[in-house]
Write a new protein. Structure first.
Length: 150
């Protein structure tokens, strides 16, 4: 596997910033070869509550990175997973005089195939956490509270 990966995104916004309360927070995101999507600021910051916002996207990135890392760890270890669902939660608060993410808790619920090793499946979360490059890139704790079902 290559040791360097590059990513590109084009963010586009149009409007007028005549006044803080009324300017549009909606923008589009284009990634080469992928569908363009619309997003906004969080509703707490004047955005459209019907659109994804940067906070959603960071939480989604952490949750899906853990999931994909976990599935890879399990596949390499011969642990057959047949379903995975996560109800992820993030907290933003003022810390060190700045608004920032202070904590993320992942709540993965993993369903194993009959006969799969439950103990190994539970332990695989720690390895997945170590391998998740997005969790490795943030400066706040990303915890997981997993449930394993057979």
């Amino acid at each position: 596997m290559a040791h360097t990966h590059s990513y590109q995104a084009t963010i586009s916004w149009r409007g007028e910033t005549r006044d803080y309360k009324s300017y549009s927070r909606e923008y589009s995101v284009a990634v080469p070869g992928k569908p363009t999507y619309k997003a906004s600021a969080d509703a707490a910051f004047g955005g459209d509550p019907k659109l994804h916002n940067p906070e959603d996207l960071l939480l989604i990135s952490l949750s899906t990175c853990h999931m994909l890392s976990y599935l890879a760890v399990c596949a390499r270890a011969g642990i057959v997973v047949i379903a995975y669902e996560d109800h992820a939660e993030a907290t933003m608060a003022i810390k060190d005089k700045r608004m920032r993410f202070t904590d993320v808790v992942l709540h993965p619920r993993v369903t194993l195939a009959p006969g799969a090793d439950r103990t190994k499946a539970e332990a695989a979360h720690a390895q997945a956490h170590d391998e998740c490059f997005i969790a490795n890139s943030v400066n706040f704790p990303v915890r997981h509270e997993a449930t394993i079902a057979a």
